[in-house]
Design a protein around this ligand. Sequence first.
Ligand SMILES: [Zn+2]
Length: 330
Amino acid sequence: MRNLSPHAGRAARLERRIMPGRLSILIYHRVLSAPDPLQPDIPDAALFRRHMCWLRRLYRVLPFAEALALLARGRLPGRAVAITFDDGYRDNYEVALGILLELNLSATFFISSGFLDGGRMWNDTVIETVRRLPESELSFEPCDIRELPLRSIEQRREAIHQLVSELKYRPLAQRQKLCETLAARLDETLPGLMMSREQVRGLHQAGMEIGAHTVHHPILKQLAPAAARAEIEQSKHALEAILGEPVRLFAYPNGKAGQDFGPEHAAMVAELGFEAAVTTDCGTADAGTNPYHLPRFTPWDRQPWWYVARLAWQRGVGKESLFDIRRSRI
Ligand SMILES: [Zn+2]
């Protein structure tokens, strides 16, 4: 394979030797058709394709449900990886799917059902509004934001960061209202970014797995128990109606245990018939991991060495060993 560092191969082989039986579950959200200077951390199609090529070359990418079944039976092969996507962005269907199919890789897509057919997540309302605002200064009193300059890309990125940080943990209805107030400063209607029902069905028909991710992507901890349960249950039912078959996997919105969801929500997920649930707590799973508390992590690196080293490090390979490889002592 072109451009694959020999160090990356050595790191992956070392990881298999010393740390078998662990499942890395990777999180992606969007795959852009072209790079976006406002969102430099989001992979575009070319980088995503490179990630998938490195995985295919060095790891064993398994369908998530199959990996979980093997994990439970203690039969997970070495270097096992599962690929997941959160939220339900249209580019998952339009950009990522073709790359996955071309490379014969399987992924699981966790979808917030309330944004299907032309919807938009609240954070994208912030991003797309700030992208379109004129070069004047931005003040937004409800978030205590005053006179932020918007002259450069960096300044717009900083404005987005401040707005998202201020809004993220507001109550769901308030957060939505504030985003609408911000977007109303534009003369135009913002585009929808999420998949259609037909595209969700298309992903599934192409062999990809579909999981639930609530209806409106709330922070579950901020909801009353009945409302949290309804968010989880209704997303399951909505997706099952689209697919015509049971939805067995769930991803907690925002996903940090203790901060965004608690054991009461894991119990709801189990009671509602899900077989497993994923978090955004960093780490890898082994046979002893609670199936309703499966850790994941986001690989963002642009060079194969760093990408593979990050996977190996998450799986328990010590930094010292990785530096030895880098210095070619292994
Ligand atoms: Zn999400």
